[in-house]
Each structure stands twice: as C-alpha cells, then as structure tokens.
Design a binder for this molecule. Structure first.
Ligand code: FMN
Ligand code: SF4
Length: 412
C-alpha cells in the first residue's frame, strides 16, 4: 500500500477547501511549529532527510540554515511553482488541488528561517492553479492562520523562469533570467534580503513533516531517498493507459510505477527506454526493476529529476526525439552565457546533421561539447541540456549510426 503524504487516497475533484484540509490534520503542523519554535522545526526537517523536489535534490534543512543564520530587518520565503518542464504537471496539480498544503509549507519555511513575507510563484498561464491558490490564500488569511503576508506572483511562461534566481528577478519586476551565484539567495535573495526558495512539492512535504515528525518521514523510502515523490506519467501514442500525476514512495520500481499506477503501456507498444525527466539522462528498459532512488539511479548516470517521465517505445524515432529535446533547450536558454548559447545551438546543429545523413563523428563532438560546457553557466540549464542528448546518442547508438549513414567522401 502506497503512503499518501501529499495526495489523499481518494482525491476529490477540484480544489481542496480549508475545511477538508483541516479535517485531515491541515495546519496543525504550523500551529505546533509556532509553539515549539524554529529550531525544533529545522531539527525535524533535518531528521526527515527531505531533499528538494525541484530537480536538484538539495537537502532542505541545509538550505534553510543560510537564511536562518542571517540577521536582517526583512527575510523572504518563496514557493517555486514555476513548473514549465515539458511532461511535468505535478506542481500545477498540487497547487490546483492542494494549495493549502503548499501555503502551510511556505508558512513553515518562513517560521524556520524567520521570514517576514512569503511569495507563491506561479506562471502566467496557470489559470486553474492561480484561482485555487487565491481562494486558499483568502481562506487561510481570513482564518488568521498565516504568520506573515503571502503574495501570489505570476512569472513569464518560459522554462528558465523556474530557476530560483530567475524567479526572484521576476518577482522584483526584472527579466526572469538566472543570477550568477554566489551569493546564494539564502544570503542575498529577493530585494537583496536573505531568501529561502523551495519547490511547492518540497513545501507540501514540510507540512506533513511538521504534523507527523521527521522520523516518520524518514521511515518511508530507501536509505538515502526519503518520503514520496510525485510523478507525471504521459499519455498519447508513447504513453501509459492511465496518464496522470501519481504519488509513490522512493523505492518503487519503474515497472511498478508504469504498470501499477499507469496501467501499462498503450496497447501495441513496447517500451525501449525512459527519460525520468526532460533534464535527466535516459534509462534503458532493462532497468525497469531498479527501485527509484537517488542512490540507485546515480550509478546509472541519471536521477529522478522532477518526475515528468517520457517514454521511448519501439515506434519512437529516437533521433527526431533528440533533435526535439535539443531544440527545446536551445530555444529556452536565456542567452546570458556564451558557452550555453554555443552548446545548445551546436547540439541542434550536430543532431540535424545526423538526420541529414552526414556521416559519423557526431558522438565525439557531442561528448566534447558537453564536457567543455560543464559548470560554465550561471545556472544548471547548461548541464541539463547535455544530459538527455549525450545519453540518447549512447543508448540509441544503432539508431543514430543508421540515420547518419557512412562517412562522407572528402574532396580530393
Ligand atoms: C532552467 C531551470 C529551470 C528550473 N525550473 C524549476 C521549476 O520550474 N520549479 C522548481 O521548483 N525548480 C526549478 N528549478 C530548480 C530551482 O532553481 C531550485 O533548485 C528549486 O526551486 C529549489 O527548490 P527545492 O530545493 O525545494 O528543490 C529550475 C532550475 C533550472 C536550472
Ligand atoms: S546557463 Fe544558459 S540558461 Fe542558464 S543563465 Fe546561462 S545562458 Fe541562461
């Protein structure tokens, strides 16, 4: 039986009201944290071993230390719901259906770090989540539950606007482009003040941890990967029979997720590989029985990312898929860092040459470009763009070789 920390076992359609959230213990964690204090809350979250669900899996308690230790007249907390990664819908789903859990988590992050103001950061096209969040905010404010004011801010509909410092710039009314780090937001964040920014799913987990304790959370999952994770399973011709957002504990295998939750592949399709998230590396179908955890996926060169899964079937044109992914990153990079511009443009150029049957040599070029570019950007998009491309060329080597054709004759 899968534990239900974020999504109730029997989800009701539409946004969860304050009354319904309270009936399942909502806001009792916040009350407890206000009574027991910030140090208690930070210690519970440290015990839980919670890691961020925005993709980078950074330990939440460690992130909070920076802002908690800082002295300032104002401090901020931000819930990052800037989800714009193709195939991922979990933050939108969470905010639209369980906005109170996100607001409680945001308030808790603020209590833990001494914040004076909170922001829920969404994207302009998120109409349902925005309406649900506004309603929840009205309810929680009227009930006097929030320890400080919370503002909903809508960022632009770009991928990079979800990067944490790009989100801070957007809230400040500046172009939503990542900042150079250090300094990190915990020291110099929103309006120059210490700021803690967490993914909305991370914060909903914090609400559960404050209610049930860090040890209860750490008891779920695997040795290094604790609690549950939200996954988005795709539909369509390369999807599962029951697409949607699912909550499963770490340690669940890919097969259990795809067959159990997703109802298996659509009829007539055989799974060849999967991409755990657009910004991660492909995993061959021979690893379907690997439990999903940071420590099991790391040796396989990939990670759970934000759980927006893409499936590769016997009918997928893997070269065209790699071109599509590379084009996405080329269009979405923000142009600030020359190595990122160069890398993402070159990936597309090299992959298109494969499609145009221009012969071998593409794999070496892609590998070298990825190595050259590593850590040369203000944000990790530069590495995120490389992961699926490098791994596609390796995993689907035969498809690429066939598409590229033989070496081209050189002019005498
Ligand atoms: C290009 C790019 C896009 C990102 N988009 C998101 C996003 O939509 N939502 C999110 O929570 N984190 C996103 N991140 C990660 C954030 O920068 C940050 O790590 C995260 O919000 C921290 O929260 P967490 O520690 O709770 O995971 C993105 C990062 C990059 C480089
Ligand atoms: S690495 Fe790429 S996306 Fe990130 S700031 Fe630099 S140019 Fe923009």
């Amino acid at each position: 039986m899968s534990p239900h920390l974020l999504l109730p076992e029997r989800p009701s359609p539409g946004p969860e009201s304050l009354a319904t959230y309270r009936a399942r213990g909502g806001y009792t964690g916040l009350l407890q944290a206000q009574q027991k204090g910030a140090a208690w809350l930070r210690s519970e979250v440290a015990t839980s071993l919670l890691r961020g669900r925005g993709g980078a899996a950074f330990p939440t308690a460690r992130k909070w230390e920076l802002a908690a230790a800082a002295t300032a007249d104002q401090k901020f907390v931000v819930a990052n719901g800037g989800e714009h990664e193709p195939g991922s819908h979990k933050d939108r789903y969470l905010v639209e259906h369980h906005a109170h859990a996100v607001l409680e988590g945001l308030a808790l992050a603020g209590v833990a770090t001494g914040a004076t103001h909170g922001y829920l950061y969404l994207i302009e096209d998120m109409h349902g989540p925005r309406a649900a969040a506004e309603q929840a905010l009205r309810e929680a404010t009227a009930a006097g539950l929030l320890p400080f004011p919370i503002t909903i801010h809508l960022g632009p509909t770009t991928y990079v606007a979800g990067e944490e410092t790009a989100a801070l710039n957007a809230i400040e009314g500046k172009p939503a482009k990542p900042r150079k780090k250090p300094p990190f937001p915990g020291e110099v964040g929103l309006f120059g003040k210490p700021t803690t920014i967490n993914n909305t799913e991370t914060l909903a987990h914090v609400a559960w941890i404050a209610r049930h304790g860090g040890a209860a959370f750490a008891a779920i999952g695997t040795a290094e990967s604790k609690g549950t994770l939200l996954f988005t399973l795709p539909g369509g011709e390369h999807g599962v029979q029951r697409p949607g957002v699912y909550e499963r504990p770490f340690g669940t295998t890919w097969r259990q997720l795809l067959d159990g939750a997703g109802g298996g592949m659509v009829p007539g399709r055989t799974l060849r590989a999967l991409l755990p998230a657009m910004s991660s590396a492909f995993l061959s179908a021979q690893h379907l029985d690997v439990p999903i955890a940071y420590e099991t996926l790391r040796p396989l060169g990939t990670s759970p990312g934000c759980g927006g899964i893409r499936l590769v079937t016997d009918a997928t044109d893997t070269v065209a898929m790699a071109v599509e992914i590379a084009e996405f990153f080329m269009k979405e990079q923000c142009g600030q860092c020359p190595p990122c511009r160069m890398e993402t443009n070159q990936f597309v150029h090299i992959l298109k040459a494969v499609q145009q049957k221009k012969g071998p040599g593409y794999d070496d070029k892609i590998q070298k470009l990825a190595e050259f570019s590593r850590k040369k950007g203000f944000c990790s998009l530069i590495e995120m763009a490389a992961a699926p491309v490098v791994s596609a060329v390796k995993l689907f080597a035969d498809d690429f070789a066939k598409a590229a054709g033989p070496a081209q004759p050189t002019d005498a």
